[in-house]
Design a protein around this ligand. Structure first.
Ligand code: GRF
Length: 209
């Protein structure tokens, strides 16, 4: 099977990007991150990519008159790298319809809550303020809403009475580092199908038979 090619979009420290690179290094993922793009030029994620010899670009919105020009530049670089999937990994911007309709490449995101609860920014803070017993993370396809696309896979963590935003974020992050590489592995093995909102993971279907 052909190795899949991934573009990863980041904004900050890039620990999820690192988890993907580590999984590839171990041979768990039969695909490659071929380009990393950040909307912040000082994102540590860019350094992580460059250390591995992966082309890494910063494209900052402030350098463009309009959002669609900024997004157009992202799309141009992504197209030049001929990717199969775009992975958002801590990319702290909502992509507009212009971007989403401007590419035929499916886009995935990882979000630090059990969607559809607590969409948008500060999901862990929203989780603690609301008060729930369990939280976690979700990998989902992107659609034109904010964190509303079809859910691919989720991982659950407990929420404790004495949790702070930091302690809960860390517990969720540890699961993110397993979940995203696992979903990318499934993509590389062509085990994910979806129709409308329903995502089917072929391995699970076979296990349940
Ligand atoms: C993660 O919690 C991710 O779910 C959220 O932003 C954080 C990014 O962390 N969207 P990192 O940059 O991958 O370390």
């Amino acid at each position: 099977m052909k190795r899949l090619r991934f573009a990863v979009l980041v904004s900050g420290r890039g620990s999820n990007l690192q988890a993907l690179l580590n999984a590839r290094e171990k041979g768990a993922i039969k695909g490659d991150v071929v380009v990393v793009l950040s909307d912040k030029k000082d994102a540590y994620a860019l350094e992580r990519a460059r250390k591995e010899g992966i082309p890494a670009f910063s494209v900052e919105p402030k350098d463009f008159c309009e959002k669609k020009d900024f997004e157009g530049e992202l799309l141009k670089i992504i197209e030049e790298h001929n990717v199969d999937y775009i992975l958002l990994a801590g990319f702290m911007r909502v992509l507009s319809s212009f971007f989403i309709r401007g590419t035929s490449v499916p886009i995935l995101n990882i979000h630090p809550s059990l969607l559809p609860s607590f969409t948008g920014l500060h999901a862990q803070r929203q989780t603690l303020e609301y008060g729930v017993r369990y939280s976690g993370c979700t990998v989902h396809f992107i659609d034109e809403g904010v964190d509303t696309g079809p859910i691919i896979q989720q991982a659950v963590v407990p929420v404790y009475a004495d949790d702070t935003e930091e302690s809960l974020s860390l517990r969720i992050l540890q699961e993110e580092h397993k979940l995203y590489p696992e979903v990318v592995r499934l993509l590389c093995e062509d085990k994910i199908r979806y129709e409308d909102r329903k995502v089917i993971i072929i391995e699970e279907e076979t296990e349940n038979e």
